[in-house]
Design a protein around this ligand. Structure first.
Ligand code: SAM
Length: 246
């Protein structure tokens, strides 16, 4: 999988690709990337990339010409182009899975009040928002998209662990504990120390369902719950996360 990120802050974006799991995926040849400085495509002496909006109003707009030249330089018309914007469709695990089917993704990081709309008309395949809030620029949003997608590439993460994560099957993940057994008077749930893997799996599944009911009931409609799980939720009035499995 290849990611190309168009940005006004190349150092910031580069540092992400050189860090942690992504750095290892790049080293292993599972992912490749390039970071393109939009400013390199500005033609005037001051390398201007922004201009005032037609019609007046607050702020500036990222100009079409340098952005179009940057997009042309990476052959964007043959690639899947994503623009991260608060006005986009909400990015979620389902969209991450769909994007992971693409092999060559170009991401445009917006800035100022956003980018000239004609770039969206001419180049962009998908507009994505990382949440219902406004960030100062698109780097964090684009890298959130990259991060959620690249870890789905085969070989990056142990396949089994992906199947148990939050948002897989529209459920949130169960709670985790590690040593020590008692921390500040709080003990690890007995069941996790029992060595009984069937009981541990059942407890984790129950925690996962109850946690989702408590925190994200909106997800449950899409979750594949058994009849007994649904009945239990109704009996409990939604959730009972206090159950430690003792
Ligand atoms: N004026 C824009 C609006 O109201 O929709 C907000 C512009 S924001 C200050 C600058 C850039 O940050 C955007 O062009 C976009 O690339 C990025 N951005 C901000 N919030 C975002 C979000 N929730 N999701 C994705 N990108 C976001």
């Amino acid at each position: 999988m290849r990611f190309t990120v168009l940005t006004l802050f190349p150092d910031f974006v580069e540092s992400y690709f050189r860090t942690s799991v992504m750095a290892k995926a790049v080293e292993r040849g599972l992912v490749s990337y390039s970071v393109v400085n939009i400013r390199d495509f500005a033609v005037d002496r001051h390398r201007t990339c922004d201009d005032a909006p037609y019609g007046g109003g607050y702020g500036m707009v990222l100009k079409a010409e340098p952005l179009a030249a940057a997009l042309d330089s990476v052959g964007a018309s043959d690639k899947h182009v994503v623009y991260t914007t608060p006005a986009g469709a909400l990015f979620d695990q389902e969209r991450a899975l769909a994007l992971a089917e693409q092999s060559d993704i170009v991401l445009i990081c917006g800035r100022y009040e956003g980018i000239d709309e004609r770039i969206i008309d001419l180049y962009v395949d998908e507009q994505l928002s990382v949440g219902d809030y406004v960030l100062s620029s698109g780097e964090l949003a684009s890298l959130a998209v990259v991060d959620a997608v690249f870890r789905l590439v085969e070989g990056v993460i142990t396949a089994g662990s992906l199947n148990e994560e939050s948002h897989c099957d529209s459920l949130l993940e169960y709670p985790h504990y590690t040593r020590p057994e008692v921390f500040r008077g709080r003990a690890v749930p007995e069941v996790l120390l029992s060595g009984n893997h069937a009981a541990i799996d059942a407890w984790r599944r129950r925690m996962s369902v109850e946690r989702t009911a408590a925190r994200r009931p909106d997800l449950l409609a899409r979750a594949a719950l058994s009849d007994s799980e649904r009945e239990r939720l109704i009996e409990n009035g939604g959730h009972d996360e206090s159950d430690t499995g003792d």
